[in-house]
Design a protein around this ligand. Sequence first.
Ligand SMILES: Nc1ncnc2c1ncn2[C@@H]1O[C@H](COP(=O)(O)OP(=O)(O)OP(=O)(O)O)[C@@H](O)[C@H]1O
Ligand SMILES: [Mg+2]
Length: 350
Amino acid sequence: MHVVISDVDKVFGGTRVLKGCTLGLERGEVVSLLGPSGCGKTTLLRCLAGFLVPERGEIRIDGTDVTLVPPNRRRVGLVFQSYALFPHLSVFDNVAYGLTVRRCPRREIAERVREALALVALEGFAERFPAQLSGGQQQRVALARAFILEPEILLLDEPFNALDAKLRGTMQVELRKLVKRLGMTSIFVTHDQTEALTLSDRVAVMRDGIIQQLDHPLALYDTPSSDYVAGFIGTTNFVRREAREGHVALGGGLALPTAVQGPVQVVLRPENLRVRAVREGAAAPFTGKVTFVRPLGATVEYEIDAGADGTLRVVDLREALAPTFAEGADVAVVVRKPEACAILPGEPTR
Ligand SMILES: Nc1ncnc2c1ncn2[C@@H]1O[C@H](COP(=O)(O)OP(=O)(O)OP(=O)(O)O)[C@@H](O)[C@H]1O
Ligand SMILES: [Mg+2]
């Protein structure tokens, strides 16, 4: 492993903000930290970069314990959440800053600044000042400033905050391609799930100072370890049941096998459900009334009041020209692939 964070605690004023965080990255791997505001994402990055010293646990880079090594000796580049360009310096001088401090020869600086600006598609902007740039351009200058030092490990704290949705989408794809090409081991912080899923080889879902699950994006979606993770990645329905004698009875004769006993939540993803007409004599796990229809074209989304099971959200793939169910219709809801439903033991924690 290139980077190993083991059992790290960080305490601020008596409050444990990180609680036993453990995270390992292979060389060249891109991992996202995903979690709500205040859960400890920036704090974990700052520990890894060396700006904070954890109260407990250790951080290893290439097998060497760097827990007490200062930031400038870690070969870690950090792009801050507020990208903090120097307002009185030109784009050139902002990007060159790290090399200037290191007393790099001027000719080499000029060449490397040119390369770094090309990398973020800002050739021709070298003479401007930050105030003369858009938010997205400033963000890219901050990226160039990190890239120019050729860090082995790149840490990006919400690097796309200032960008509009379209540029954000483009930059996500470009940045992923770029760090993969340069082979940089990278950690992105975000609270946007689409961004995390676009950028990363693996995603760490954080809550309240704890890494709840670290896994490949689709594994998080298909086999969440908790209702928190299931609810954080994509949309989902939770249905509460009691597991007995090796199975969970969903209704209408549908039983899901499980090793769990006692109360469970069954995770039903909207696209794993189908809406059907109620037919005499045909059993279905759920019946209810359509309360909302969103006719999107290729898919139709339904909200169905399923009585004691609450509101069920269904994303129905629509066959060409097929009629849809109207609001107020009585319908049955069936499960397409019962084996795809995750079963979570215990009561809800969300
Ligand atoms: N220097 C500090 N002193 C005291 N408390 C701090 C300090 N830095 C962070 N905290 C607290 O630690 C917790 C985690 O903060 P952190 O900045 O890591 O959250 P975050 O996940 O990055 O949130 P956001 O998405 O809003 O950036 C918060 O409750 C915050 O108030
Ligand atoms: Mg933060």
